[in-house]
Design a protein around this ligand. Structure first.
Ligand code: 5GP
Length: 114
């Protein structure tokens, strides 16, 4: 699988505004933010899309939600509300093929998103 820009951020070869990191997960500000808070929550394991996740990845997938919630609380958007987005493959708008969760907040969102 081709290397992505996120792999280079994880290895610190590219700069990013990192908001959280542990041995399994890194979270950093999106370079093209769609909201006042727009953070990408990324497993360090290079899973290209959700379709490629294995059963053994279930705890890691759960951890992405946990980290997103932790960041929402830390950044003060938990009570107002926030949106989590996971794009899978090109029709959904996925452009970086290293699984990630978008944490978006700090402005109102509408549903359906269109
Ligand atoms: P996707 O469309 O794949 O769900 O989301 C990929 C996201 O990665 C986009 O929102 C895009 O702005 C962000 N992105 C792409 N390249 C970089 C980069 O080099 N640094 C950061 N921080 N974000 C990036």
């Amino acid at each position: 699988m081709a290397e992505t820009v996120f792999a280079r951020i994880i290895r610190r070869e590219l700069p990013a505004q990192i908001e959280y990191e542990d041995e399994e997960v890194i979270a950093f500000r999106d370079i093209n933010p769609q909201a006042p808070v727009h953070i990408l929550v990324v497993p360090k394991k290079p899973i290209p899309t959700l379709n490629d996740a294995a059963e053994e990845d279930i705890p890691l997938l759960g951890k992405l939600l946990w980290v997103a919630r932790h960041l929402a609380q830390r950044l003060g958007i938990a009570e107002r509300g926030y949106r989590l987005v996971l794009n899978c493959n090109s029709e959904a708008g996925q452009t970086v093929f290293h699984l990630h969760l978008h944490l978006l907040g700090g402005r109102p969102f509408h549903w359906p998103p269109g």
